[in-house]
Design a protein around this ligand. Structure first.
Ligand code: VGL
Ligand code: ZN
Length: 208
């Protein structure tokens, strides 16, 4: 089965000092670099997603007159309100400085529509529009995905749930993910939910 590595949102705003800092997230950058070395050596594709919002995005608490960390509704969908993060073409939306970009063959941008959030690398949260990720996977004959990145309880989880629904064989690289954990066990629950839906777990040392 042809496989690809899928790196989720390894951007400055989710890392140390970033606008939506995820605890210990910098640790996964080296994991990503090691995973990329293995995939590149075996001529498997490497894809990265970027959270990429206009400054007016309504998931930002300031644009919806709410407070970051609280929850509400946005155009009929449940929404966590976030601090301003990953604004298109700003430094916070760039990859982490230590991420080795050399072998990334495709970058998928998501969250460009200010009216809807987009945690999954495949679809927006309302499932109205899709990114170019699935077309890229089909064009390249990819059937198996190895997924890691930020954050476990949001973009990693939603991407994996969609990939499973679309019929991909999906591996979660356990030590390659960190979560937001608004509630302390959110990431644990996310992994349980992914497992229930068929994700397979692997540690990065066992990647071949
Ligand atoms: C993410 C919250 C808001 C993520 C993106 O990458 O998990 N989380 N936007
Ligand atoms: Zn976002």
């Amino acid at each position: 089965m042809k496989k690809a590595l899928l790196l989720i949102d390894l951007q400055k705003d989710f890392c140390r000092g970033g606008a939506l800092e995820v605890r210990n997230s910098d640790e996964v950058i080296e994991t990503a670099n090691r995973a990329m070395r293995i995939f590149a050596k075996n001529r498997n594709l490497i894809i990265a997603t970027k959270d990429w919002h206009p400054a007016e995005h309504k998931s930002f608490a300031v644009n919806s007159n709410t407070n970051a960390g609280e929850t509400g509704m946005l155009n009929g969908l449940p929404q966590v309100w976030w601090p301003v993060h990953c604004v298109e073409n700003t430094p916070g939306a760039e990859f982490h400085d230590r991420l080795n970009r050399k072998n990334i063959s495709k970058i998928v941008y998501k969250g460009k529509d200010k009216e809807v959030d987009s945690y999954s690398g495949f679809f927006d949260n309302g499932r109205k529009n899709k990114t170019d990720l699935s077309a890229y996977l089909v064009e390249n004959g990819i059937q198996e995905l190895y997924v890691m990145g930020l954050a476990t309880d949001y973009c990693v989880k939603y991407t994996i749930m969609d990939a499973l629904k679309l019929g991909y064989k999906v591996w979660l690289i356990e030590d390659g993910c960190k979560g937001v954990n608004i509630n302390p066990d959110d990431s644990l629950k996310a992994v349980e939910e992914m497992k229930k839906n068929g994700v397979l777990l692997i540690k990065s040392i066992n990647l071949t």
